[in-house]
Design a protein around this ligand. Structure first.
Ligand code: DGL
Length: 294
């Protein structure tokens, strides 16, 4: 039975839009609702109790809007609140960004040395260290907190000198030594960081692969939607080459087009400008949250 309900996403601000964009590319028939908690951002320097309370509030708001699954498009909230939210809403599948990112980085490394940059709260939780060790206990993990990049990214000036200097400082522990590079893979453990992926890759040089969790999270989301039989009408389990003849069910015709809503708790113009930069002109217009018209 197709399920036309939207998929919910939340983040502390604009960073999670990188995950939303990857998910929309992977699941074009699905409706989405995204909440960026820009007013209370950044989460990464807050206490666990605060991150837990904010995450609970946003998840509850999405559940009240009848979403069929929730993607925690924020590493900090995933690290601190994923287990709690799964217990609070057992009927809703929650997808975090930490495990998919850890799996992608573990597949990418050839030397078994992975660097991770994330917020203070994410580093403090040890979530990435544990998730990477779960994938392969032999991998060495070098983690560095880089919360100082988040407000600079949220400000939207991706080419600014202040941001470039801050990136150089953050990346210094991962660079090459006389005996070779310290890591061969850098995992962007904060959903804000893919917004400056090119800057980070250029600063690190070609010998270090830069991995983020957006694509891997979208793949996990697709699996979760499929396994739970939650696909929107018009979705197919087949492929472009084989839409159904080899045992897949042919897709139902989509009665309604998917809808996409973007909410922010903060300044509408700043959020809209960044969203537009990511999605281009055709992206949905941001709305204030809580909205008078949910
Ligand atoms: N984008 C969030 C993350 O992935 C948090 C950034 C912040 O609010 O500090 O951790």
């Amino acid at each position: 039975m197709p399920d036309a309900r939207p998929i919910g996403f939340f983040d502390s601000g604009v960073g999670g839009l990188t995950v939303l964009r990857a998910a929309q590319g992977r699941l074009p028939g699905e409706s989405t609702i995204y909440i960026g908690d820009t007013a209370r951002h950044p989460y990464g320097t807050r206490t666990d109790a605060e991150v837990l309370a904010f995450s609970e509030e946003l998840a509850d708001a999405l559940v009240a809007r009848d979403v069929k699954a929730i993607v925690i498009a924020c590493n900090t909230a995933t690290s601190v609140a994923l287990g709690h939210l799964r217990q609070r809403h057992p009927e809703i599948p929650f997808i975090g960004v930490v495990r998919p990112g850890a799996a992608a980085a573990t597949l990418a490394t050839r030397t078994g040395r992975i660097g991770v940059i994330a917020t203070e709260a994410t580093v403090r939780s040890g979530a990435y260290f544990a998730a990477i060790k779960d994938q392969n206990p032999a991998v060495q993990v070098l983690t560095r907190a880089a919360s100082e990049l988040v407000p600079l990214i949220e400000a939207g000036d991706f080419d600014g000198a202040e941001l470039r200097d801050a990136v150089d400082l953050v990346l210094a522990p991962f660079g090459a030594t006389v005996s070779g590079p310290r890591v061969d893979t850098l995992l962007l453990g904060c959903t804000h960081f893919p917004l400056i992926k090119r800057l980070i890759s250029t600063a690190l040089g070609e010998s270090i692969a830069v991995v983020d969790s957006a694509a891997a999270t979208a793949t996990t989301l697709q699996e979760v939607i499929s396994v739970n039989h939650l696909e929107a009408p018009g979705s197919t389990r087949g492929t472009a080459a084989d839409p159904g003849s080899a045992g897949h069910k042919a897709p139902e015709r989509a009665a309604v087009r998917p809808t996409h809503r973007l909410f922010t708790t903060g300044d509408l113009e700043t959020f809209s400008a960044l969203a537009e930069r990511l999605f281009g002109e055709k992206g949905p217009k941001a709305e204030p949250f809580p909205s008078a018209n949910p």
